[in-house]
Design a protein around this ligand. Structure first.
Ligand code: DX5
Ligand code: ZN
Length: 226
């Protein structure tokens, strides 16, 4: 589709914190404000204790995303059927939790079969050993810096060491893999997260709780400049 998956730093606003009653307008506004990805948090009240939106809502926002990518974060179990549904609904990237599926290689292969970017997500206590036989297939590794399920939580500091570990694994594999971090990110800590190796940043409440989305995103980008 010709969209660039990897600008130097990716800002991915999570619409979990947007005004759902005006979702299309919120998406268009945050894209105009400089979002690279629209981060789409899918929760099923089974894998995580919350319930959000599904493929029909993804399809409904597609006309509003412009040049941004739709970055679907599946916090669901089982995984495979929803991969098919989100691929048909216009997702560009699909990330799932390896502990939520029985056959991880199969789930990744389904995403790739649609020509989409595939990622694995790691909760704060999920071991990185899931990358042992998968990293060479992945486009994205998502490190969760909060326990999944809710916006507005505090960044867990132990995540810094985990990001460093992932950065080294990616470096050793020699491929261009996005290292995305999700949860508790704002203008105040984005630089320190980039300094340990992250290059894609999900931010929900930090952006949508403000009225001027462009001001927050440009303050984040300013923090990321040398
Ligand atoms: C949490 C979600 C996050 C969430 C981040 O389960 O995966 O994407 O929206 O929200 P903030 O940025 O408010 O921590
Ligand atoms: Zn997320």
């Amino acid at each position: 589709m010709g969209k660039n998956i990897s600008p130097q730093y990716v800002i991915a606003p999570s619409i979990l914190s947007a005004d759902f009653a005006r979702l299309g307008e919120e998406v268009a506004n945050v894209v105009a404000a400089g979002a690279d990805y629209i981060h789409f948090d899918v929760m099923d009240n089974h894998y995580v204790p919350n319930l959000t939106f599904g493929p029909a809502v993804c399809q409904a926002i597609k006309p509003y995303v412009g040049s941004a990518l739709i970055d679907v974060h599946l916090m669901v179990s089982p995984v495979d059927e929803l991969i098919h549904e989100f691929a048909k609904a216009g997702a560009d990237i699909i990330v799932f939790h390896p502990d939520a599926t029985t056959h991880i290689h199969r789930s990744i292969s389904i995403i790739k079969s649609y020509g989409l970017k595939a990622g694995l997500a790691f909760n704060p206590a999920t071991p990185l050993s899931y990358l042992d036989y998968t990293l060479d297939m992945l486009d994205v590794v998502l490190v969760m810096s909060v326990n999944p399920g809710f916006g507005g939580q505090k960044f867990i500091d132990a995540t810094y060491a985990k990001i460093t570990q992932v950065k080294n694994l990616i470096k050793n594999c020699g491929r261009d893999v996005i290292l995305q971090v999700d949860g508790g990110i704002g203008v105040n800590n984005i630089r320190s997260i980039a300094e340990v190796g992250a290059n894609a940043f999900v931010a929900g409440s930090a952006i949508f709780k403000e009225t001027d989305y462009a001001a927050v995103i440009s303050a984040m980008r300013k923090q990321l400049k040398d």
